[in-house]
Design a protein around this ligand. Structure first.
Ligand code: SF4
Length: 343
């Protein structure tokens, strides 16, 4: 059980000292991370938290933002029952187009548009349980080969649970550079979000991805009803798998999904959670991903004060993202360099 160390949550000097300790190579304890999640908005402690998160980001990652993008190449009718997902087996959400695997031209057109908006990588995402050996593996590896040949953006994939090491090896050989596979939430909370596969199966796929030599993109979703202790647990589990990129999403409770009734996170709580993630994962690339527009509304560009160093641009899997021009202008205001821009 993680107990908060209460003193730090209202002590700006202690928060600044913790940031300095992290920059010097130290690490925050679980108790300190738990306490930081209790920092009250609009207080000197909150200012110290955001300032510390930005100092940590600057020390480990500099001022250059990264941008990534996703394409939903096979949308809807998934066999799994993830409660947050509009594409799940039990979702009645009809706010997006269900498709079979998209034709190459459509994928390349979307990749081209993402590249023009600064994305260095585009991930092909499929709504299904995962990849099995046989015809399915042959189909996806052929599609990856054709996509990788486009040369404009780094070809990444997010194809679900892998049946075997061979699946991971073949996908890597086809040209996929990074495999996206989220833990989604803390191990202790996973059964509440999904009953058709386990957290351990997700971990096994992560093991296959790493052994195949692909980069790992692995994060999760805040605001699905998990406790603050479970947020700390999740951040520690992410630290353990040490992904190259950590996409941090907020639940956007879409109509027709099992989690439609869960209230959106309060914007201040969402921003504080991102900043705490920077304290927990100082040397990892942290990406503000899905749900940011829905949860933060007009305050969405404040994500740049939380210490993130990557942003997901373009549309999400079943909903639309903000105009990329918004990110470019806002990044400059926070002293960050958007891909392709000079400060
Ligand atoms: S998150 Fe992925 S595995 Fe879960 S229901 Fe949605 S598409 Fe299927």
């Amino acid at each position: 059980m993680i107990c908060a160390s209460p003193a730090i949550s209202s002590d700006p000097a202690a928060i600044a000292a913790l940031a300095a300790r992290i920059i010097d190579g130290g690490a925050a304890t679980p108790e300190e991370l738990r306490a930081l999640l209790d920092v009250a908005p609009n207080t000197p402690a909150a200012e110290a938290l955001f300032a510390g998160a930005q100092r940590i980001r600057e020390h480990f990652h500099g001022n250059r933002l990264k941008a990534c993008s996703v394409i939903n190449v096979k949308a809807g009718n998934c066999s799994e029952d993830c409660g947050f997902c509009a594409q799940s087996a039990d979702s009645t959400n009809d706010g997006y187009r269900r498709t079979k695997w998209l034709p190459d031209e459509e994928i390349l057109r979307a990749a081209q548009s993402s590249a023009e908006h600064g994305a260095e990588a585009v991930s092909l995402v499929a709504a299904w349980r995962g990849v099995k050996e046989g015809p399915q593996l042959a189909m996806v590896t052929e599609a990856i080969r054709r996509f990788a040949a486009n040369g404009r953006v780094r070809p990444d994939v997010n194809l679900g649970i892998l049946e075997s090491q061979r699946c991971a090896d073949e996908i890597a050989k086809a040209g996929a550079r990074v495999y996206g596979h989220n833990l989604e939430t803390a191990a202790s909370y996973f059964q509440r979000i999904c009953s058709t596969h386990s957290w351990e199966e997700r971990m096994r796929t992560i093991h296959y991805i790493k052994r195949a030599g692909m980069g790992l993109c692995c994060g999760g979703i805040f605001g699905m009803g998990e406790s603050k202790e479970q947020r700390v647990e999740f951040l520690q589990q992410i630290a353990f798998v040490a992904p190259d990129m950590v996409p941090l999403n907020f639940l956007n409770p879409l109509p027709g999904t099992r989690f439609a009734h869960i209230p959106k996170l309060d914007p201040d709580e969402a921003l504080i959670t991102l900043a705490v993630a920077r304290f927990a994962l100082p040397d990892r690339n942290l990406m503000a991903a899905g749900g940011k527009e829905a949860v933060l509304g007009e305050r969405v560009t404040e994500i740049f004060k939380t210490g993130i160093n990557c942003i997901m641009v373009g549309n999400y899997l079943t909903t639309c993202g903000a105009d990329p021009a918004l990110w470019r202008a806002a990044a400059a205001r926070y002293g960050l360099r958007y891909p392709g821009d000079e400060l």
